[in-house]
Design a protein around this ligand. Structure first.
Ligand SMILES: O=C(O)[C@H](O)[C@@H](O)[C@H](O)[C@H](O)COP(=O)(O)O
Ligand code: SF4
Length: 640
């Protein structure tokens, strides 16, 4: 099937928009890639320090510069149920890499925050910034420059984006992402949400609530809803950074461990010393990023990726924006209904066909770029498969994903989608630009026009709800929640209250410069409003009682206020110091001061503009050639 014209158009404009920065990125990659192992540029002293604690036979391998050294960068901790299984992965990885004549070293750990533990708590105000801190931690781990490839252990919200951003700043190294897999299904997400709403109405006790939550989140592995963590897994599959179908295999099983070993060996084999050199900076290109956006939309993935994918793309010198998401969403069908977009969880999704089924359906419909490079080599078709234990339980074999869906209530072919569009729209108007996920919102709730109720904190909103002041039609305008203000926390804790009001027949919506969780759903919300209020955004001009019109179908987000009155208003002010001290938030002032707008990924990093970058590559056989993938701007020059 020919590629869909909208994919052609969006990809072409991303390539054109990114040419200078992508060219600079590729030039940096080439400059970092020297023939032979990175550790070849280290002194004997550096090297001796690097392998001092190594077993003798591994030291011998590291001394032989033609053998690959694989870095392990891990986000293991006991706090995230999803990351707890990583505790024993390094040993599997080291043994497996040794079996292919190479060496793996635990290069460094990175922090990992659980948004479920911090949801509604002060810690959530560090969450988004933890992504860039993870990227920095990844760079610190790899800065020893002992490595020729790397494996990244991570799953959850900010962790995979942070690891990938870090990995892309070492784009000359191959990267294989290794997941831990989902927890087995417990109390359904729908029943969990119902208990929460009953508790918010005072119809369930705290004991009943805790019992319900503990039955839902009951063991090791990723939470089973389709939030940001599991959206990350889908993206790693479609970007070709996982072994095919590795995402949703339960932790602690033979197949999980076999996949971990096989992934580690793949990392060694695609190093410069291996059979086929595949650096991550060549995998993550414009087509790969477009494929990621398409897969996110086709599965009803987390709105947080309208922040993370621009940040990931930027790390590879690629510039995307919300118009790209919006144009793709108009033509990408919704092929999966996983909670909060339906009742199923990721275990049901995997059993019904999973990631390989979705990738194949989208490829056959011309809705993904097939001509991409992945860790498996050329072509995305390698990822329309799922893994099985090889005969005798040693190793992994890959078989084609099911030809037909195992459950049409969970995953569908592109010929009969749940809806013809991907359910994530750009809304804009005199309140700014914002993102609205509609795949989990009933059609009758996707347009709301009601008086504004303005809040400067989620605590103020909940106090009004508990005082019974919200039993009415309204649009909650919750501001001072942007990255500069307080780190752009998720406001998912408001969902039960808003859902109760909606269920009671009230027309309610949320407009905020903050974020929601990937697990947020049924209430219409225009989020990530840019520019945020601290950047002079118009949310600061809204007053209680203004009529707010939010409409997903027409893409409108506006305050219906006389323009003379509107422009005469002063910008609202708020004392944000409570969000800048305590729980370590005082350590993140530099992030709040330098963070970019949500639409640019709310990042605190970035390559200098390529016009300021004269990339002097190490001479050798590069001189006189243009850097692969760039244009004449980046002709390789002889180093001074
Ligand atoms: O983006 C996400 O998917 C969320 O951050 C998710 O990781 C977070 O943990 C939610 O809070 C879980 O949902 P509950 O809070 O409803 O359990
Ligand atoms: S999915 Fe969310 S709640 Fe579950 S472990 Fe990951 S960060 Fe925590």
């Amino acid at each position: 099937m020919a590629l869909h014209p909208v994919l052609e158009k969006v990809t072409a404009r991303i390539v054109a928009r990114s040419r200078p920065s992508r060219g600079a990125y590729l030039a940096h990659l080439e400059a970092a890639r020297v023939k032979g192992p990175q550790r070849g540029s280290l002194s004997c002293t550096n090297l001796a320090h690097g392998f001092a604690a190594f077993p003798a036979n591994d030291k011998l391998i590291l001394k032989e510069v033609k053998k690959a050294s694989v870095a392990i960068v891990s986000s293991y901790n006991d706090m995230l149920s999803a990351h707890q299984p990583f505790e024993y992965f390094p040993k599997i990885i080291k043994d497996a890499v040794r079996d292919v004549g190479a060496v793996a070293q635990f290069a460094g750990g990175v922090p990992a925050m659980c948004d479920g533990v911090t949801q509604g708590q002060p810690g959530m105000e560090l969450s988004l910034f933890s992504r860039d801190a993870i990227a920095m931690g990844t760079a610190i781990a790899l800065s020893h420059n002992m490595f020729d490839s790397a494996v990244y252990l991570g799953i959850c919200d900010k962790i995979v984006p942070g690891l990938l951003i870090g990995a892309l700043h070492f784009g000359h190294l191959p990267a294989v992402f290794i997941p831990g897999g989902p927890m087995t299904s417990g109390l359904s997400n729908k029943e969990k949400a119902a208990i929460r709403q009953r508790y918010a109405q005072g119809k369930a006790t705290r004991e009943e609530l805790l019992e319900g939550e503990a039955k839902s989140y009951h063991g090791a592995g990723t939470c089973t809803f389709y939030g940001t963590a599991n959206s990350n897994q889908m993206l790693m599959e479609v970007m070709g950074l996982h072994l095919p179908g590795a995402a949703f295999i339960t932790p602690g099983t033979e197949l999980r461990d076999a996949l971990t070993a096989a992934a580690a060996q793949r990392a060694a084999l695609i190093s410069e010393q291996g059979d086929e050199y595949i650096p991550v900076g060549h995998i993550v290109d414009e087509k790969c990023i477009v494929n990621a956006v398409v897969a996110l939309l086709a599965t009803g993935g987390s709105t947080n990726h309208t922040l993370h994918l621009p940040a990931i793309a930027k790390a590879a010198g690629i510039v995307i924006d919300w118009d790209d998401f919006n144009d793709l969403s108009a033509v990408v069908p919704l092929l999966a209904r996983i909670y909060p977009n339906g009742d199923a969880d990721v275990n049901h999704f995997h059993a019904a066909g999973g990631t390989g089924f979705v990738i194949r359906e989208l490829l056959d419909a011309g809705l993904l770029h097939e001509d991409v490079t992945t860790i498996m080599g050329k072509g995305l078709r390698n990822h329309c498969k799922e893994p099985f234990l090889a005969e005798g339980g040693k190793g992994v074999v890959f078989k084609d994903s099911p030809a037909v869906s195992g459950d049409l209530n969970v995953v569908r072919p592109a010929s009969e989608p749940f809806s013809k569009d991907g359910g994530m729209v750009l809304v804009d108007g005199n309140l700014g630009r914002a993102v609205m996920k509609v795949s989990a919102v009933k059609v009758e709730h996707r347009s709301v026009e009601a008086p504004a109720l303005v809040f400067n904190s989620q605590e103020d909103f909940m106090a009004a709800y508990k005082a019974g002041q919200l039993d009415r039609d309204f649009v909650a305008v919750l501001r001072f929640q942007g990255p500069r203000a307080n780190g752009m926390p998720e406001l998912h804790a408001l969902t039960p209250a808003l859902a109760n009001l909606q269920d009671a027949g009230r027309k309610v919506a949320l407009v905020t410069d903050g974020r929601m969780s990937g697990a947020s759903g049924k209430v219409p919300a225009a989020i990530h409003v840019s520019p945020e209020i601290l950047a002079g955004g118009p949310l600061g001009l809204v007053r209680d009682g203004d009529i707010i019109h939010l409409d997903a179908a027409t893409g409108v987000l506006e305050a219906k206020v006389d323009s003379k009155e509107w422009h005469a208003r002063a910008q609202a002010q708020a004392d944000l110091t409570p969000s800048h001290v305590g729980m370590g938030r005082e350590l993140f002032g530099m992030f709040r001061a330098t963070v970019s707008a949500a639409e640019q990924g709310a990042t605190t990093f970035g390559l200098p503009s390529p016009r300021d970058t004269t990339v002097e590559l190490h001479g050798g056989d590069n001189v006189g050639n243009t850097v692969p993938g760039s244009d004449e701007d980046f002709l390789v020059k002889k180093a001074p």
